[in-house]
Design a protein around this ligand. Structure first.
Ligand code: SF4
Length: 136
């Protein structure tokens, strides 16, 4: 049996959880070959004849969608593994804001870029849907 693990928009923690099987992973390897997993081996493309493909992470951009469609075509069975793959997870939450608002919250308007010094701030969504920093 050939197994693949694809990574989309996520933290790769789901694949690390598979590695956390520790010695039980030997039981898995005795029954199946892991033929594709960019996190745990140096591979770029999934092979054609996968029996079971596990997909972790969400579809956040065009590349994610293309990779998901490719591994769907190349596998007999596809399993969504983890919250991001099943429900969107943290990556899915980013779909609730514009790219401009996300860029501001994460990179531009952070404490280390403000000349006023450190304060307790959180990024909140206003009633208009725009994200703003608020001091609490
Ligand atoms: S569900 Fe998403 S955030 Fe959680 S470990 Fe998997 S990839 Fe990471």
């Amino acid at each position: 049996m050939k197994i693949a693990i694809e990574e989309l928009a996520g933290c790769s923690g789901c694949t690390i959880a598979v590695l956390d099987l520790h010695e039980m992973l030997l039981d898995v390897i005795a029954e199946a070959d892991i033929v594709y997993s960019p996190v745990i081996m140096d591979v770029k493309e999934p092979p054609e004849d996968i029996d079971i493909a596990f997909v972790t992470g969400a579809v956040r951009n065009v590349e994610n969608r293309e990779r998901l469609e490719k591994i769907r075509k190349r596998s007999k069975t596809l399993v969504a593994l983890g919250t991001c793959a099943c429900y969107g997870g943290v990556s899915g939450l980013s779909m609730l804001s514009s790219n401009e608002d996300l860029f501001s919250c994460v990179y531009r308007e952070v404490e280390t870029t403000k000349p006023t010094g450190l304060s307790q701030q959180t990024c909140r969504r206003s009633s208009t849907g725009r994200s703003r920093w608020a001091t609490s």
